[in-house]
Design a protein around this ligand. Structure first.
Ligand code: 3HC
Ligand code: NAI
Length: 696
């Protein structure tokens, strides 16, 4: 027997305990252990078997790291069949998360009991997979195809109470007494001679299906999961559960599962799963670095970002105090926060009591003295170094010595900001993305003097507020915006050289991005970049030989700032976010090219994709070379969680690996030859291309 699964006796009951930290994944040795332990249980004189897990959770699924390798024996489906076919009752005792293969294992047990805090679900779709161990065939039989479709295509887990109501869980037992509760349940089952439920034999719900649910779900998935293959395969499997006998449905599930497992999309999504977790690890930070407790937070500025940042803390029960310069601005900012919560409540996603509870955690002030208790302050005032320095000097003088001082700056040097304080070790950048209460990404900017403790505390609080944190170094634009600047420049050069706005955007949208670069600029507000360029004195201050495109400036000069003014690169109808082509802008672009003596040409969509993607990738390679990002996968996480790159592309650096770095490098060199001012091939890209290497 393996150490990771143990069989013990507790009087007349057999207990199978899985112990494979941290999440009891179904690694090969666990599958082997399960098969051996259930064989032992079948052969002894126990009256029932309980399947339970040690540590923090029930089985959280297949071992995702094994999908790239051949599956070793035993065959998992045979092990599950052995559990389901057992002649004595098998009871799954669930705590933590029963996910994916874990829930599929539980569905092969005859009964399931769970503690109130447990969560159960089939999240395979989030890894570009489908539940491949009978989940698509058994869940619809147990809870009906409609509810199963929802669970399988979204991957959203159910809490214990919902699982109980749906019939996935037979009984909820005391939080602290899972094993005792399961034992009592098993003995009761035996004593009352309850028949053993084999989910595969339940056919009532699947035979009564209304086929319209498949049409409706396909439509929904096309809107919410554009370009993802896995949700469509999930639907096909549930449909098979409703139209084919169990064994044939299982065969269909197997075939579609294997196709997805071997697909680039799933490899990309698995890459992002591990990349997201790797991103929080800081290579030189000792593992035992203790985070400080962050129980009270302050936010400076109640503008676009400050309000959203404050909401993140209130959402998880952390009191937050917001400081402004004037009462009217404070009232306005907090009013917007309340409106945001009330809009969510109107959609039924919050109760009015929740709204009041969260608003109750957010207080306003005009007085720095009220920040004395804060464990962390996040500054979100105007993007201006002089103002930031003034504010940080005041914060240094008024907050307690151990308070962490964070800046939400999107471009400024965190080290220079830290220099005005007596505690540069406690200064850090926390770069939220807009809208800050919605976007998952947080770039955590590590200054030259930021201490490990400050970094560990910021990482811990990032996790607490359910953000995806990535540690980056100090440079203009950090990782995400520094790269997007190159991408945006290429978008404008493409306009000069021959494309119209929709011809720049469509290829990138078709690749899977949430939107193309010009639609994104319209959404973010064209004035933001315009003001930054004006601040830098551009284009007059442009160094000789540098390239500059004035199209965006000219659009701004017309008072067109994008969606917020109803016009930008595109036209927007009131109340409608759809971008419509605008002949006046198309004419402006053509005339601009003529004025500059640029001969426009037909640019193929493939070149548009190369220019935009390789601009990101080449800058990403520079960023890695300079140590601004720790690893290529960190850049991928930033792009998936902050810039609308679909997880199925795996981020720009993963995408580059798929294209082949020799191809990427060759094209970057060609672009550099044609336009040396805007392309400088990264040495890292060259080295990897020449050695046959990859970023990830
Ligand atoms: N396989 C391999 N490793 C896994 C894993 C899995 N299924 N789930 C988690 N891990 C690893 C993580 O990579 C992490 O490793 P690290 O410490 O080296 O970074 C460690 O376990 C802890 O994970 P988290 O940091 O995510 O821990 P949390 O406590 O925050 O979350 C969890 C726990 C909710 C279980 C979360 O890890 C999770 O969602 N895991 C994935 C669940 C899943 O997708 N299951 C389905 C797998 S596919 C499947 O089952 C196919 C089947 O149908 C055939
Ligand atoms: P904003 O102009 O909407 O809000 C700034 C707020 O700060 C205003 O309400 C202003 O009254 C207040 N303020 C100014 N000086 C102050 C002071 N001394 N003390 C207290 N409050 C003061 O600006 P926004 O967009 O919220 O940006 C704030 C910061 O966040 C900037 O550094 C910006 O670069 C950064 N950022 C902005 C993003 C965006 O998309 N808007 C995204 C990421 C970062």
């Amino acid at each position: 027997m393996t150490d990771s699964v143990l069989y013990t006796r507790d009087g007349d009951l057999g207990i199978v305990t899985v112990n494979n930290p941290p999440v009891n994944a179904l690694s090969q040795h666990v599958r082997l252990g399960l098969s051996e332990c259930f064989a032992t249980a079948a052969a002894d004189d126990s009256i029932a078997t309980i399947l339970i897990c040690a540590g923090r959770t029930f089985i959280a699924g297949a071992d995702i790291s094994e999908f790239d390798k051949p599956m070793g024996p035993p065959d998992f489906l045979e092990t599950l069949a052995m559990i389901e076919d057992a002649a004595k009752p098998v009871v799954a005792a669930i705590h933590g998360t029963a996910l994916g293969g874990g829930l599929e294992t539980a569905l092969c047990c005859h009964f399931r009991v769970a503690v109130p805090s447990a969560r159960l679900g089939l999240p395979e779709v989030l890894l570009g997979l489908l539940p491949g161990a009978g989940g698509t065939q058994r869940l619809p039989r147990l809870i009906g195809p409609e509810a199963a479709l929802d669970a399988i295509t979204t991957g959203t887990p159910m809490n214990s109470a919902a699982a109980h109501a749906a019939g996935v869980v037979d009984a909820i037992v005391d939080e602290q007494g899972l094993l005792e509760g399961a034992k009592a349940f098993a003995r009761e089952v035996v004593a009352t001679g309850q028949p053993l439920t084999r989910v595969r034999d339940l056919n009532d719900k699947v035979s009564a299906v209304d086929p319209a649910i498949f049409v409706a779900t396909r439509k929904k998935v096309a809107q919410t999961k554009r370009g993802f293959e896995a949700p469509l395969s999930c639907i096909a499997c549930v449909e098979a559960a409703c139209t084919l006998p169990f064994d044939e449905g299982m065969a269909r599930e197997r075939e579609l599962f294997q196709g997805l497992r071997d697909s680039v999309q799933s490899a990309a999504q698995r890459h992002i799963f591990f990349a997201q977790r790797a991103a929080t690890k800081v290579d030189d930070m000792p593992a035992d670095t203790k985070p400080q407790r962050i129980e009270r937070v302050a936010v400076l500025g109640a503008g676009t970002m400050g309000g959203g940042i404050a909401m993140n803390f209130a959402n998880v029960g952390i009191p937050v105090i917001v400081l402004e310069t004037e009462q009217a601005l404070l009232d306005k900012g907090l009013g917007i926060v309340r409106d945001n919560y009330e809009r969510t409540a109107k959609k039924g996603r919050l109760s009015s009591a929740d709204v009041e509870q969260r608003m109750g955690l957010i207080t306003g002030t005009l007085d720095y003295a009220d920040l004395a208790d804060a464990d962390m302050v996040i500054e979100a005032v105007y993007e201006n170094m002089a103002i930031k320095k003034e504010v940080f000097a005041k914060l240094d003088a008024t907050t307690k010595a151990e308070c962490i001082l964070a800046s939400n700056t999107s471009t400024l040097d965190v080290d220079e900001i830290a220099s005005v304080t007596s505690r540069p070790d406690k200064v850090i950048g926390t770069h939220f993305f807009s809208p800050a209460n919605v976007m998952k990404l947080l770039e955590i900017v590590r200054g030259a003097k930021t201490s490990h403790e400050t970094l560990a505390s910021t990482l811990a609080v990032t996790r607490k507020i359910n953000k995806v944190g990535v540690v980056v170094g100090v440079c203009d634009g950090f990782v995400g915006n520094r790269m997007i600047h190159r991408y945006g420049s290429q978008a404008s050069y493409l306009l000069e050289e021959g494309c119209l706005p929709h011809e720049v955007d469509a290829p990138i949208y078709d690749l899977g991005f949430a939107m193309g670069p010009l639609t994104m600029s319209d959404l973010a507000g064209l004035d933001v970049g315009w003001r930054i360029r004006q601040g830098k004195g551009l284009p007059a201050s442009l160094p000789a030989g540098e390239r500059y495109c004035e199209i965006s400036d000219r659009i701004c000069e017309m008072g067109r700032f994008g969606q917020k003014t109803g016009d930008g690169f595109y036209h927007y109808e009131p109340g409608d976010r759809n971008a419509h082509r605008d002949p006046s802008i198309e004419q402006l672009i053509v005339e601009y090219a003529r004025e500059k003596g640029i001969e426009r040409r037909q640019i193929p969509a493939s070149e548009v994709i190369e220019r935009l993607m390789y601009a990101l990738i080449n800058e990403g390679a520079w960023i890695l070379e300079e140590g601004i990002a720790q690893r290529a996968s960190d850049i991928d996480v930033i792009y998936v969680f902050g810039y609308g790159v679909p997880a199925f592309l795996g981020g720009p650096m993963f995408y580059a690996d798929q294209v082949g770095l020799d191809t990427v490098y060759r094209r970057v060199c060609e672009f550099a030859e044609a336009d040396p001012a805007s392309w400088k091939p990264a040495p890292l890209l060259k080295r990897l291309a020449e050695s046959g290497g990859t970023f990830n």
